[in-house]
Ligand binder design. Structure first.
Ligand code: ADP
Ligand code: MG
Length: 702
């Protein structure tokens, strides 16, 4: 256990961070690397050589024998291939070597990663390129180098490349705009992200007995426990001592890797927990979230737990999300979403607030798609999670500002362009008096927006790619309308343009309860899209509007968009397919075995009683037996349908049609089968079942 007094020293001890570089790199090299990180410029090979030598020395001192380029292909997971530092000498000994070229560039075989048809097999080579803005680290005896991954032809095959591109695009447009309104010292704008991570912990031995959890991450059958989350006794509840030990260990592992884990608590559902880090630059935060998920699983294993990161592991209780807290900050330290003391006078804030509202409304389908997966579809729209309709919560105070903008209240100019909101004296908006709304998918929370739609398993890269790009587009549009103006004319025009944007997009602002049926009807009236399932939403990814947005800002080429379209659809179909097969297997083998052996015992019991006392009614036993028989009949019928439909699905060739079929037919077949399976399971004593029940999994942790 880390000695708390030593934490400042131990923190980041496995990270090749700025402090290590400052201490170890020659001054010129350090400066060059720093410039690359701070301004996103290219790094020369001689500098890379110098960094590599020092990095290797540091890594070896800290026990690393290998290095790996670490990247995020479109599987949604991370990928790594380890090479050792050894280089054999003539005399039978080895020396440890690591060159600048090895640091900067890797050439993994890309043919086994999803590419959505981008990469023909004869061009199987892919490249990984060092991302110096995300620090290298040591894990399990290897030096991990965060990299971007692209094809031989230069197309992005990962989530990091477009994320970095989107951060650049937003920076470019924001800097231009801020310079124009008087903030001439701003030269770079950084996206910041803090992603809160929810997860479940269950007993490892129990986990191993459930094929559905093992193969699909979620339970496909399972009668509800007699207790759920209705007592509201788990959220923020006392941490059980073993769980607390797990969380402690997890924090320590994360801290060593320089991941600023900050908050931990029990969540709403039984066995559900949350971890929140301090926010970081978006690409680092995304890397760190991927690592956090991995470390969560690893530490769980050590503590005899299984950590479930699926968005909806259990029916009938809350699923898990990953709140993406997002803001933009200038190199001069200004948080552009911080309302400050006088939000009505804070033009950068107002500009960005309006831009975010416009961007989220205009590109709602793309934002919805950025978090779409087979797993997350079970969560969005269920009543614990935000609905699939995207709306923005701003709260009462900000609503007043928006109202003033619409009413066209006066601007005051004094040096830097300022915006007066007239007579409304608005209190300083602090985190404490910003109202809370837990039902909004996109909520303003004091000095940032919190996007609550991402599921617990997803990489938050996509959400930030879409968000950054959409906001960049709106900022650009506003800038283009005022670029040739200055002074009062600029003020006047800005006021007009912001008002126009707001009037056009205010339909997305909703401060009420997003979980009600009234809101669903109201949203429909407002014309807001309600894209419940991935296949319905998917065509928006390759719409003309989407292609224009992403190609204009050079985030994705058209080919890259199409490749991601294919990958998402295929991944969706494959996931549901595996679920359908797993469910058939579990019902056919595990549940059926339980039904048969219990039925046999019941029948034996009834026969035994009749032997002793021929007039015995055996009401209870016979009742259970006939209920089991009834459920078995239903199971058999629904199994047949699921089996036949799954075969049909397998034969389909159009990927969109196939995904839609999985969504509309296979998932509902599974629901119908589950109803009978759960009815049977509810009757069977635990000892007849080869797998643990909901009650055992959710309530047996100490
Ligand atoms: P809440 O209770 O509203 O969720 P927290 O203070 O717990 O508030 O913050 C949640 C997450 O938001 C944390 O990960 C935090 O680091 C992150 N966060 C705070 N400020 C920013 C910011 N400016 N940009 C991005 N994320 C932020
Ligand atoms: Mg939060």
């Amino acid at each position: 256990m880390i000695d708390a007094r030593k934490l400042p020293e131990e923190y980041g001890s496995m990270v090749f961070n700025d402090r290590v570089m400052r201490e170890r790199l020659p001054k010129d090299t350090y400066k060059a690397v720093h410039k690359t990180i701070a301004s996103g410029t290219h790094l020369e090979l001689d500098v890379a050589n110098s960094v590599a030598a020092v990095m290797k020395e540091w890594a070896v001192e800290n026990g690393a024998t290998h290095f790996t380029h670490w990247f995020q292909p479109m599987t949604g997971l991370t990928a790594e291939k380890h090479d050792s530092f050894i280089s054999p000498e003539d005399d039978g000994t080895v020396i440890m070597e690591f060159s600048g070229k090895e640091l900067v560039k890797g050439e993994p075989d890309a043919s086994s990663f999803p590419s959505g048809g981008l990469r023909a097999t004869f061009e199987a080579r892919g490249y990984t390129a060092w991302d110096p803005s995300s620090p290298a680290f040591i894990k399990d005896g290897s030096l991990y180098i965060p990299t971007a991954f692209c094809s031989y032809g230069g197309e992005a095959l990962d989530k990091k490349t477009p994320l970095l591109r989107s951060m650049e695009a937003l920076s470019k447009e924001a800097v231009k705009m801020l310079n124009h309104i008087g903030y001439t010292d701003v030269s770079r704008v950084i996206t910041t992200v803090g992603s809160e991570q929810e997860y479940f912990l269950i007993d490892k031995e129990q986990y191993k007995k459930r094929k559905d959890l093992l193969f699909t991450g979620r339970t496909l059958i399972g009668a509800p426990a007699t207790k759920g989350q209705e007592m509201e006794d788990h959220y923020f509840g006392v941490l059980k001592s073993k769980v607390s030990a797990y969380m402690h260990d997890l924090d320590e592992e994360l801290w060593k890797l320089g991941i600023p884990a900050k908050t931990k608590h029990n969540e709403v559902a039984p066995a559900q927990h949350e971890l929140a880090p301090v926010f970081e630059t978006a690409n680092v935060a995304v890397d760190h979230n991927q690592l956090t998920m991995e470390v969560m699983k690893k530490v769980a294993d050590k503590h005899n737990y299984a950590c479930l990161l699926h968005e909806k592991p259990f029916e009938g209780i809350n699923g898990s999300g990953k709140h993406n807290n997002w803001s933009v900050c200038t190199n001069t330290g200004m948080n552009l979403l911080d309302p400050g003391k006088d939000p009505g006078e804070n033009l950068p804030f107002i500009l960005f607030l309006v831009a975010v509202i416009a961007a989220v409304d205009e590109y709602a389908p793309q934002l919805r798609l950025s978090v779409a997966s087979a797993g997350n579809d079970h969560r969005l729209g269920a009543n614990e999670a935000p609905p699939a309709i995207i709306s923005i919560f701003v709260g009462d105070e900000l609503q007043k500002i928006l109202d003033s903008i619409e009413a066209g209240d006066v601007f005051k100019s004094s040096g830097k362009v300022k915006m007066g909101m007239g007579a409304d004296v608005l209190p300083h908006i602090t985190k404490d008096n910003t109202d809370r709304n837990r039902t909004s998918p996109f909520a303003f929370t004091g000095n940032k927006f919190e996007f609550r739609m991402p599921g617990s398993a997803v990489s938050v890269a996509n959400a930030n790619i879409v968000l950054n790009t959409a906001v960049a587009e709106v900022i650009k549009r506003i800038y283009d309308k005022v670029s040739d103006l200055s002074g009062d004319a600029l003020n006047e025009k800005l006021k007009e343009v912001l008002k126009e944007e707001l009037v056009a997009h205010k339909r997305v602002v909703f401060n009420g309860n997003g979980y009600t049926d009234e809101w669903i009807r109201e949203a429909e009236k407002r014309g807001l899209p309600n894209l419940k399932a991935l296949p319905d939403a998917m065509p928006h990814w390759i719409s003309d509007k989407s292609i224009k947005l992403f190609t204009d800002h050079q985030i994705f080429t058209k080919e890259e968009l199409y490749s991601r379209y294919e990958i998402l659809l295929e991944n969706y179909s494959k996931s549901v397919h595996i679920e359908a097969l797993t469910m058939q297997e579990m019902v056919q083998k595990d549940l059926t075995e339980g039904i048969i052996s219990y039925s046999k015992d019941l029948a034996k019991e009834i026969a035994g009683k009749k032997d002793i006392l021929p007039s015995a009614g055996c009401v209870l036993e016979s009742g259970i037996l006939s209920k089991l028989d009834e459920a078995s009949g239903g199971i058999s019928e629904k199994m047949k349908k699921l089996c036949e439909d799954t075969k049909k699905a397998e034969g389909m060739t159009d990927i969109l049609e196939q995904a839609s079929y999985y969504e509309s037919t296979i998932l509902s077949d599974m629901d119908e089968l589950r109803e009978y399976a759960d009815a049977a399971e509810a009757l069977i004593p635990e000892k007849y079942l080869s797998y643990p029940t909901y009650g055992q999994m959710l309530f047996s942790l100490r």
